[in-house]
Design a protein around this ligand. Structure first.
Ligand code: AMP
Ligand code: ZN
Length: 490
């Protein structure tokens, strides 16, 4: 099938045919987490959305270089350039080295994304590992006349930039409105223009994370980090730049300005933004305090949660909404998603139990379903439509299993392949390991206890004792009671 993938480009505000700059190769940069605290479920939604996009591009046969950074320096409180370094602040509070904070939350981030079964990016660069690239870029921007230094801090000259460029190209906002809405901040009078932002910041004495640069001992601004790392690994111009919608107005707007001022080209051809996960309509965020952690969601240990949900049920919940729609969290929505996820997984497991017939007699055209699944994904990665198509397959599989329709070996293999491609490979869903494991263990223990009981009845005490001892040596204790044999882990 010929693929006609269309993606919504924030830059042009329309769906465009996806044509990578270099045929068959895709360069994709996604803004990663700021690792000074645990990632919340909202952050995970963005990374799961880009995982779906990454997986689909791979499925289509593109060679994808997916770069997702770790922000481990210089991200200041708020969107302005005032305030403390988040890492230094937390480090001081906990009496830790800033790098201990970074290590702890980077590992936590990886653990969580692994639970959600996301594929690792091709490169995961850190801001602290790319200070020299950032300094070099700031230097080039100064040389090109778009930045100036005051007292060791370097600012991007937005006033100069807007004379030749469209600064608000990404969001189409009115510059006058932006100026009127930007507060005059204390201690910022060294900036020439109200919208100017820092590229390099001179460290105050209390700042722990600091590096020598031509202008001062200091640290990089947040925006320059992504411009420098995307340029290093993907070139001056690459295919997709992504992140949450909340980043478009400031972070990505400034990234475009920096890259244009440095390289004289738009950095990315397609800008893709994921919508927010909300709680009672309000954006989930670290600062609003409504951000529960994935771990709390899995255990159910949070006042907003009635019970826990497995990572795969939550991934399914996220994929049931299109990435550009908001997704509101509720227990009811998660309950419904869990049921849907289980129906899908049960149908896949039934496929192994179906005995093929000599001939196929089904009321569905499988080629048609496959084409409709591709059409859903080709239409800006529309996972909710894809899921609806797959439920048509669930109905078919159940009906075959119940003996109402029949398939031969070849058709059964075709159905298995279709479910594998779209559910496992593209949507990244798998049978919940935890639930699956405990089910298997319960079944195996029933079997072993049954064999031991038989041995005892046959007065084969050598075998029954051996079973007890060998289970004990691997940490499982058997307890005989009048209700039967119970077991527990020691
Ligand atoms: P941060 O660690 O705050 O820089 O955020 C990491 C990523 O998560 C960014 O791409 C944000 O846009 C995204 N993000 C933050 N809050 C939410 C939310 N409530 N829903 C979806 N994505 C979010
Ligand atoms: Zn970024």
């Amino acid at each position: 099938m010929q693929h006609n993938l269309f993606v919504y480009n924030t830059l042009t505000r329309k769906k465009e045919k996806f044509e990578p700059i270099h045929p068959n190769l895709v360069g994709m940069y996604v803004c990663g987490p700021t690792v000074y605290s645990d990632v919340h479920l909202g952050n995970c939604r963005t990374f799961v959305s880009f995982d779906l996009i990454f997986r689909y591009l791979l499925h289509l046969g593109y060679k994808v270089r997916y770069v997702r950074n770790i922000t481990d320096a210089g991200h200041l409180e708020g969107d302005n350039d005032e305030g403390d370094d988040k890492f230094a602040k937390k480090a001081k509070l906990l009496q830790l080295e800033p790098m201990e904070i970074v290590q702890k939350y980077t590992l936590g981030f990886h653990d969580v994304l692994q639970m959600f079964n996301t594929l690792p990016p091709s490169i995961e660069p850190t801001a602290t590992g790319h200070i020299s690239e950032q300094i070099e870029m700031v230097q080039q921007i100064i040389e090109n006349g778009y930045a100036y230094e005051v007292n060791g801090t370097v600012y991007f000259d937005v006033d100069k930039y807007v004379k030749e460029h469209n600064y608000t190209i990404l969001t189409n906002r009115n510059l006058e409105d932006m100026l009127n809405n930007t507060r005059e901040l204390g201690g910022q009078d060294e900036k020439r223009g109200r919208l100017d932002f820092a590229l390099w910041i001179k460290a105050k004495p209390e700042h722990i994370m600091r590096w020598p640069a031509p202008w001062s001992v200091g640290f990089p601004g947040w925006h320059i980090e992504c411009s420098a790392m995307s340029r290093k690994y993907l070139g001056d111009q690459f295919d997709i730049h992504g992140g949450g919608m909340d980043l478009a107005a400031t972070h990505h707007t400034n990234e475009i300005a920096q890259s244009e001022a440095c390289n004289h080209v738009q950095p990315a051809k397609y800008w893709m933004h994921t919508n927010m996960l909300t709680v009672n309509g309000a954006r989930m965020s670290k600062s609003a305090g409504n951000g529960f952690l994935p771990g709390e969601l899995f255990t159910g240990d949070h006042p907003l949660l009635e019970r826990g949900y497995s990572p795969m049920a939550v991934r399914f919940f996220m994929l049931q909404a299109h990435y550009r729609s908001t997704l509101d969290f509720s227990n009811e929505a998660l309950d419904a998603a869990e049921k849907g996820y289980k129906r899908l997984m049960t149908a896949i497991s039934l496929l192994d139990k179906i005995t093929p017939a000599a001939k196929t007699k089904i009321d569905v055209d499988l080629e048609d379903v496959r084409n409709r699944c591709y059409a859903a994904m080709d239409d800006d990665f529309n996972s909710p439509i894809l899921i609806a198509e797959l439920f048509e397959m669930v109905r078919l599989i159940n009906s075959i299993y119940d003996g109402k329709q029949q398939v031969n070996v070849a058709t059964l293999a075709q159905i298995k392949q279709l479910m594998h491609d779209f559910v496992v490979e593209i949507m990244g869903l798998k049978d919940d390991q935890m639930a699956g494991d405990s089910l298997h263990i319960d079944g195996l223990m029933d079997l072993i206890i049954g064999i031991r009981n038989e041995a005892k009845q046959n007065k084969d005490f050598a075998t029954s004792d051996r079973i007890r001892q060998e289970l004990s040596s691997i940490g499982i204790q058997l307890k005989d009671s009048k209700d039967g044999t119970l077991w527990n882990k020691i």
